[in-house]
Ligand binder design. Structure first.
Ligand code: ZN
Length: 271
């Protein structure tokens, strides 16, 4: 596709945005299987798109952040800080993929406009049916809230994460201080059993990471290591063991305060 056609898409963008996106969203909402009643909680900057459109988008931008090389499964939802369709090649590629889905030009313009809108959350259709919405919506909302923080607030929560991720704590001490839940104690006891069979020092066996993600660990650990803000998303959705939040509260009260405020906004209307 040449520049001329691409330009025509760009020119219709404002028109599409102002007049037709709402109609498109209303139509989608009328046919979606909203098993858990989450539609009513969506905010103005939160959009839904059919799965095949979402996948076409994810595949188009997969070479850029935040979709990484090794992650083959497209995510369930996406916070768009600023358009990731940021080159002509990606824009053309996205339109090409939408055409392959046999969408009308009208619908292509709508989805093109949605994915070019800044500071929005896009959710794929199936998260409402699968129930993933309960996790993916607050997760993306935390990304949105982090994006709204001031430079100094950002610094506070970033430094807290950088410290905590390096921190190891003493299991016995943490247990005595009431820092651990039953499931954390159980999980560490079973880890110790396995560790004892290997020639390790008693000290290592007795220590645990301050930040430990719950299973499945792989994807989550990678995403936190690549983007520190993911820590706060997973913490908010309960995917990190409780001691991290208790340590945040105890040692980084300002970061904790910011986190609790963001979490309250992320779950607004959902609980
Ligand atoms: Zn994320």
């Amino acid at each position: 596709m040449g520049d001329f056609q691409l330009l025509s898409h760009l020119c219709t963008w404002e028109y599409v945005r102002l007049n037709n996106i709402q109609q498109n969203q209303d139509k989608l909402k009328s046919i979606i299987e909203d098993k858990f009643g989450y539609l009513k909680h969506l905010k103005d900057n939160e959009y839904i798109v059919p799965d095949d459109v979402f996948i076409a988008y994810a595949e188009t931008v997969s070479v850029a952040k935040p979709f990484d090389q090794d992650i083959k499964v497209p995510p369930e939802a996406h916070y768009i800080k600023q358009s990731y369709l940021d080159t002509n090649q990606k824009r053309e590629n996205f339109v090409f993929r939408l055409k392959k889905l046999k969408l009308s030009d009208y619908d292509i313009n709508i989805y093109y406009a949605i994915f070019n809108t800044e500071k929005i959350i896009v959710l794929r259709f199936s998260v409402f049916k699968s129930g993933f919405i309960k996790i993916s919506l607050p997760h993306e909302r935390i990304h949105y809230e982090i994006d709204k923080l001031s430079e100094s607030e950002l610094k506070v929560i970033r430094e807290a994460e950088e410290e905590l991720i390096k921190t190891r704590i003493d299991f016995t001490k943490a247990k005595d201080e009431g820092l651990l839940t039953e499931s954390e104690i159980e999980s560490h006891e079973s880890y110790k059993e396995i560790a004892r069979k290997n020639p390790r020092s008693a000290e290592l066996i007795n220590s645990m990471k301050a930040i430990e993600v719950k299973s499945p660990k792989g994807f989550r650990e990678i995403s936190i290591s690549q983007n520190w803000t993911e820590f706060y998303c997973y913490l908010a959705t309960g995917d990190i063991y409780d001691r991290a939040e208790k340590l945040l509260q105890r040692s980084y009260p300002e970061a904790y305060r910011i986190f609790i405020e963001m979490k309250a906004k992320a779950y607004q209307g959902m609980r």
